[in-house]
Write a protein that binds this ligand. Structure first.
Ligand SMILES: *Cc1c(COP(=O)(O)O)cnc(C)c1O
Length: 456
């Protein structure tokens, strides 16, 4: 029952790919609050930020006025190796759900790293190379970011040091080997190779680590070495900027066929894929051109937007990064070992936090067993084996489509399918064996880390 007018997969021409990134903050009347220097608690300067990040990236980080930023040609050429990404009409899923809703997904898993993270990795590696650096350091949770960065660094011949959250390092040995194949040096975090790692190991013996803690180690490794800078795969403004290619391509593809979206859904860890996907749609919403229902989906085990507070907080456990005003569970919050490693972050990018606070975006949380049920249903009808992170968006897209079935409304739903789940088979195994558990923190558990937020 394929509608002949709309292809199963909408591919853009190379010439239709974006030449500019969209800087969403530049369109906001009320801007997200500025990043604060963790020592002085004053808005951070370009100079200070450039000690940690590449200079051009630090400039992008602080830029909330330039609406469109040109994508350098070398980055566009790299994008051509795996983009444009298809926008797929989920005909088979629609049929399986027997819904009048029209469902589309933007598939970002068509590259070896298996996720959207490569969109920003290549940009960050490019600017590091431009600056004449020797290498970069970073953290990785589930491993997707580390893999993407390894690929980008090998392309530009840069050294790449990755601190991988210990539980993932042990759970996903093949992820680690992919990174090493691309030439990265991978260390389990917390490690004994940094001062902060030693301290965390002493304070929490036997800890399996967290993203916040791996970030602190990576920052220390960069700032204590000549010719190195730290790069980050989510949360930052610069990452949302680079990820705007997702939304720009989606908008162009929909416009090409005269399709108008009603609901836009994405999973949210640090908020970069969602921030990128919604960018051009949010601009239309803010300008009153069209009203979209925009939904961020997070795991119930790490419910930042739905149960956190909107306040200034540290981005990392070691308190070395600047502070951001964001929805947060507290930088000391160590979420239960959920299977969506990429969504286990205590905070949320300041742009999405501000949009949520202004009521321009909604948020919801879902349990991991229902996420895997949705993942399985999707894999069986649409073929793609989704990453557990991406399956959070699938779950809510299915729920919205089923609501349409009840009301008879023919809404158009677009969701971000951020990646594939080939390295998540341990989680799928638990689900298939029926031994996967849901974890929902109590109010008291959440309160502990929130009570320790800096008083600003
Ligand atoms: C990292 C990751 C996410 C979450 O990160 P955001 O910055 O919130 O986009 C989602 N899906 C996949 C596949 C990831 O690798």
């Amino acid at each position: 029952m394929i509608n002949k007018e709309i292809p199963y997969k909408i591919y853009l021409e190379e010439s239709e790919m974006p030449k500019y990134w969209l800087n969403l903050r530049a369109f906001m009347d009320k801007k997200p609050a500025p990043l604060l220097d963790s020592q002085t608690l004053k808005p951070i300067t370009l100079e200070k930020l450039s000690e940690v990040f590449c200079e051009e990236l630090a400039r992008q980080e602080l830029d909330d006025t330039t609406k469109y930023i040109e994508i350098p040609e070398e980055i566009r050429n790299f994008y051509k190796m795996y983009r444009p990404a298809p926008l797929v009409r989920a005909y088979c899923l629609e049929k399986a759900l027997d819904t009048p809703a029209k469902i589309y997904y933007k598939f970002e898993g068509n590259n070896t790293s298996g996720s959207h993270k490569l969109n920003s990795a290549i940009a960050q590696a490019y600017y590091a190379k431009q600056q004449g650096l020797k290498g970069v350091t970073t953290e990785t949770g589930a491993g997707q970011w580390g893999t993407a960065l390894s690929m980008a660094c090998s392309y530009f011949n840069l050294d790449c040091k990755v601190f991988m959250v210990k539980c993932s390092y042990e759970q996903k040995p093949f992820r680690r080997e992919v990174m090493r194949t691309y030439g990265a040096d991978v260390t389990p975090s917390p490690s004994m190779t940094t001062e902060i790692g030693k301290k965390i190991n002493e304070e929490f013996p036997g800890t399996t680590g967290s993203l916040g803690c791996a970030i602190s180690e990576a920052v220390e490794a960069a700032t204590s070495r000549e010719g190195y800078r730290y790069v980050l795969g989510s949360v930052l403004n610069q990452v949302l900027l680079h990820q705007s290619v997702i939304g720009l391509e989606t908008k162009t593809a929909l416009d090409k066929y005269g399709v108008k979206a009603d609901i836009i859904i994405g999973c949210a860890g640090g908020g970069s894929n969602l921030g990128g996907l919604i960018a051009p749609f949010m601009v239309e919403k803010m300008q009153g051109v069209r009203d979209y229902k925009i939904i961020a989906v997070e795991p119930s085990s790490c419910p930042t937007l739905t149960r956190g507070v909107y306040a200034y907080d540290y981005c990392d456990t070691g308190k070395v990064c600047p502070l951001a005003k964001m929805y947060t569970l507290g930088s000391g919050y160590i979420p239960a070992a959920s299977h969506a490693g990429g969504l286990r972050y205590h905070g949320m990018t300041s742009t999405l936090s501000e949009l949520k606070d202004q009521g321009l975006m909604e948020a919801t949380s879902v349990k991991q067993t229902e996420v895997f049920e949705a993942a399985q249903k999707f894999a069986r009808v649409e073929g793609i084996l989704p990453a557990p992170e991406s399956a959070h968006a699938i779950k809510v897209a299915v729920d919205e489509a089923l609501k349409c079935k009840q009301t008879g409304e023919e809404k158009t739903i677009v969701f971000g399918l951020t990646g594939t789940g080939y390295f998540d088979m341990m989680s799928y195994q638990k689900f298939n064996d029926g031994i996967m558990k849901d974890y929902i923190p109590t109010d008291d558990e959440i309160k502990v880390a929130i009570d320790k937020l800096p008083k600003i």
